[in-house]
Each structure stands twice: as structure tokens, then as C-alpha cells.
Ligand binder design. Sequence first.
Ligand code: ASP
Length: 329
Amino acid sequence: MKKRIAAVFTGGTISMKVDERLAAAIPALSSEEIMSMVTNIDRVADVEVITFGSYPGPHMTPQHLWDLSELVSKLVSREDIDGIVITHGTDSLEETAYFLDLKINTPKPIVMVAAMRNSSELGYDGPSNLSSAICTATSEDAKNKGVLIVLNNEVNSAREATKSHTLSLDTFKSLEFGPLGIVDNDEVIFYRNITKHEHIDSDALVSEVDLIKTYVGIDSKYMEYAMSTGTKGFIIEAMGRGNVPPELVPGIQKALALNLPVVIVSRCPMGRVLDSYGYPGGGKDLRNMGAIFGGNLNGQKARIKLMLALGKTNNLNDIKSIFENGVYH
Ligand code: ASP
């Protein structure tokens, strides 16, 4: 029997065309117009079209993410729906994808899809990507894999993949582990399983989490400012293995004294952080102070995780367990 797939449209380049007056792309196509370009899909699935919005990726907010998760939760609980496809702007797709991956606990496939070229450009990749995503959502093999990202005939895991190129159609990459599989001739073929799937049962996505990227000579001024304006926690994109310049240490110490979680990740695109260095600001120093280690998550995904963790608990030990259990011994 043909599967029934809900296709939720949120916006992004897949819904855009070039406005002549602006000479730049803006949202313009309706969900139905985009769907009508996906020819031949009724052989594969019955598609229910749902319009969530027409937001460019950078216009998505934590509230939008939350509302989208409520919509998707309702859809996965419907017996007649076998899988979900969600269109999204590529710019912030990985944050929404990872959020839904952590929040929604279902064996049903949830597949995020997008386009890098708008409908006014030669080689508009929206319809073919959408077709691949729908095929993926109908696959039995795509079950129990968390949220997936499908673009350019490649299937990636929401936890692993990042937007790696500003222009290339092949932008979503699991830099460390490679793709999960491919979509070839309307068939999804998995070569490996996901590395990890966690679920955080949380009541809120706490938006007041600040992400600080380190650089040569950074001091504590951004952390000080964030604390003076009511931040609830920090992600520090540290250098290398998880080390920061010593002038950032007073900010980290102050945050921890205020019982605010400080999660260390790396600004390197691959590899996890570890307490390998003992100098002031080194990973060992930060760990001894009580900073939490975020494994190999990038900054924007670690922020999503902390936002969701803070919706569940303010207890630093519990937040530490959410980040470190199964990752550090
Ligand atoms: N700037 C666009 C957006 O995120 C890029 C895209 O959709 O690919 O909405």
C-alpha cells in the first residue's frame, strides 16, 4: 500500500524566486506550487501538504522551532501518517533538525529538506530534493534513525551534519563520519547507522543561552554583558581540544559561581573536546572549575541542546549528565 507522508513547508530558498525590483531572492512560492513541481511522486506516496510559514532560515526563532515541534508531534501521533518531510532554509536547518531530533521520540522517519538554488535559477534543486526526501520518508530503513537531512541525493543525520558550504548543492556534510546513505533512483540506500540518538523530554526551549566564539585575545566582556542581561547559560566555542585564552577565565568562573551552565565545545569543525591541557584556560583548568564538556557537537547544536536541557532542569549536575553521559567516563 502507498504510504502517506505529511510535507510541512516552513520557507527557505526552496520557496523563493528573484524579485526583479530587489534583484535578490525572496519567499514567493506557495507550498502547493512547490509540490506541483515534484512530478511522479504520486507513484511513491500520498502527500498531505501543510504550510507552517514562509520563513527564510535566519528568520526562524526558538518560538517557531517549538511550534513546529508541536505540529510535528501531532503529525507523528496520527496513525495514517507514515513519515514527515519538512522544508526549511538551509542557513538554520541544522539547528531545527537537531532540535526536532532531541525533542521528538518516534520511530517514524522525519526528513528535513531544502534547496540551495531558488526557483529563478538554472538548476533549481528544490523539486528533486523534495522528491528524494519523500522517498526517504517512505522507507522502512529510514525508521528509528532520528531526524534525517536529505539534499543532493545524500542522507545525513541531524546530529552530525552541518552546512559546510555557502553555495554548493552538496553543502550538508557529516564532516567526521560521512553520509548515512544515498537516494538513488527513488530508493534510499543506507550504508551505516546513526552514531547516537538521544531524547530530551523537556517543557521548553530556553532562548537565553549565549554562544561565544573564542579568538586570539578574547576577554570576558561578552560574558559579562550576557550575565548583566539575564543569560541562563553559555556555550563556549573554545580553541582546539577545548582551551580558551586566560582572559576569558574570569567570565567562566563568574558564570559558574552564579550557577550558570558553561558548556565547552570546539571551534574546530571535527573532533571532541577533552581536558588534555593543564595551563590557565586549558581544558583541565576549565573542567576543574566545573565547566561541562560538549563532545563533538558544534556551537549552534550545543546551544540547542542546552536550551532544551534548561527547559527540563537548572541543576548543573543534571545538565552535565545530559551532555557527558556516554561521552566521557
Ligand atoms: N538564506 C536561505 C535560507 O536559509 C538559504 C536557503 O534556504 O538555502 O532561507
